[in-house]
Design a protein around this ligand. Structure first.
Ligand code: NAD
Length: 443
């Protein structure tokens, strides 16, 4: 029998967290029971997530939610998973908590936390795309919620489970390049989604199958404009995304964080700024300082992020020979005995080649990032990009995008207090306003 709690009552209950505990709706799955999956955002990367997670014979797709009912989005998913219920409003899906055990959230970034937080409060296991959230405050909330409700979580930075990144992490942790002195990471690819310099003055009719108000969700209202936002090109806009660093930071910086056991940065400084409060930048350089760890050479570690089309750092600037060809995106970890180049995505390379001529790189086998999560939800194994880890990585990435909006200032970060201590302007950017009636349920 269906659970009939009204949406209003559900939201009231989620708001009053003491009334509704995770245990209310979560259930322990038996060895032969399938994980019942609900997917929110079924087009774009969401389709890929859905196909990968449902490849497990122990997963049944029971619900599909997308704001666009047309073929590449909800339409295609509904054709493949014929028995799944369909929704165009994620709040109506969450109104039926007895119907599913776990949820994947593959919407644009501004809707990750608003969907995932109440799902966790219902005891639902969550797979959520990268970056985990749209703001630093939301990232912290995701960590707190996962802990409070005891659910199994995984961020969708699937390259973490690829043999290339796993091998790179092992090489560093084995001490192959010695302790690490500094790190450089970059993404020199095109920002094909940066299609405007400012908000357009005109609007287009909303397509019949698109639920535009639900797409906006928590974001401030704005009229629909074809191609500029839905789909994919929302990445260019501050209301929905965090630009190139937000898009790629949780991939490219992930093996660096994992290998070096990095925690929160203590300071962040950016060069390169946004043109206004609407769109993201064309190029940036962000300098982070982190506390040192067992894997770093010094008490602090400097990590520099570079992005912008064609702006691969010069090899000489990274202490490499001028003829070393760097990939369009990746990281270079400079150690006491040599350097490790981690292309995004290809097998890592030890440099200089002469130094490491006889060194055999043992490949660490890949694991399945998606099915690994589904199995962990069923009590088998553990996830590696759980929100305890992924929230820290996301906080660091998003702090860089805060700094980009306050360029030329060295921001001091107090992670425990969740505060930029020396810039009220930057501190205010850790949070954002939410549309009235759409305020998320905080922990
Ligand atoms: N891990 C990766 O390699 C990778 C690659 C691409 C994108 N992503 C991430 O995946 C997410 C989606 O990116 P994309 O490129 O697929 O975007 P997209 O706009 O192409 O697709 C988003 C999908 O979500 C749907 N949607 C939008 N708002 C929704 C809402 N409120 N409720 C339900 N459905 C909604 C859209 O209709 C569409 O089907 C982003 O967080 C992005 O950063 C990750």
């Amino acid at each position: 029998m269906l659970h009939t709690t009204s949406r209003r009552r559900f939201l009231q209950q989620v708001g009053a967290a003491s009334v509704l505990t995770a245990a209310s709706w979560s259930r322990v799955l038996g060895a032969n029971e399938n994980l019942r999956l609900a997917s929110v955002g079924t087009g774009g990367k969401g389709w890929d997530d859905l196909v990968h997670i449902s490849a497990s014979p122990k997963v049944s797709v029971v619900a599909l939610c997308d704001i666009d009912e047309s073929e590449p989005f909800l339409g295609r998913a509904a054709t493949k998973f014929k028995s799944a219920k369909t929704f165009t409003d994620w709040r109506k899906l969450l109104d039926q908590p007895k119907e599913f055990d776990a949820i994947s959230v593959s919407t644009p970034d501004h809707m990750h936390a608003p969907v995932a937080l109440p799902a966790m409060a219902l005891g639902k296991h969550v797979f959520c795309q990268k970056p985990l959230t749209h703001t630093v405050f939301e990232a912290r909330q995701m960590r707190l919620a996962a802990k409070k409700y005891g659910v199994v979580t995984q961020m969708g930075n699937q390259i973490q489970s690829h043999e290339a990144y796993r091998t790179a992490v092992k090489l560093v942790r084995d001490g192959t390049i010695g302790k690490v002195k500094e790190v450089h990471s970059w993404q020199a690819g095109k920002m094909g989604w940066l299609l405007a310099d400012d908000r357009p003055k005109d609007a287009d009719p909303v397509p019949e199958k698109v639920h535009w108000d639900n797409w906006l969700g928590v974001a401030p209202e704005r009229p629909y404009k074809a191609k500029l936002y839905h789909s994919f090109n929302w990445r260019g806009w501050q209301d929905f995304s965090n630009g190139q660093l937000g898009d790629f930071g949780c991939h490219i910086l992930d093996p660096v964080f994992m290998a070096l056991s990095l925690t929160s940065p203590t300071s962040i400084r950016a060069e390169g700024s946004v043109p206004n409060r609407e769109v993201w930048y064309k190029a940036s350089v962000v300098s982070y300082e982190f506390p040192g760890t067992d894997f770093t050479a010094n008490k602090t570690l400097k990590l520099t992020w570079y992005d912008g089309e064609g702006k691969t750092p010069a090899p000489e600037k990274l202490g490499l020979a001028a003829n070393v060809k760097l990939p369009g995106s990746g990281s270079l970890l400079i150690g006491e005995k040599g350097s490790l180049l981690i292309p995004h995505v290809a097998m890592p390379k030890l440099l200089p080649e002469e130094t490491f001529k006889g060194t055999k790189i043992e490949t660490v086998a890949a694991v399945d990032h998606y099915i690994g999560w589904a199995d962990a939800c069923r009590g088998e194994g553990k996830t590696t990009s759980n929100f305890d880890y992924a929230s820290g990585l996301t906080e660091a990435v998003l702090l860089g995008t805060v700094a980009i909006r306050v360029p030329g200032e060295t921001l001091k970060w107090d992670a425990a207090a969740l505060k930029v201590t020396n810039s009220p302007t930057a501190d205010a950017l850790l949070k954002k306003p939410y549309r009235k009636g759409w305020e998320p349920a905080w922990v």
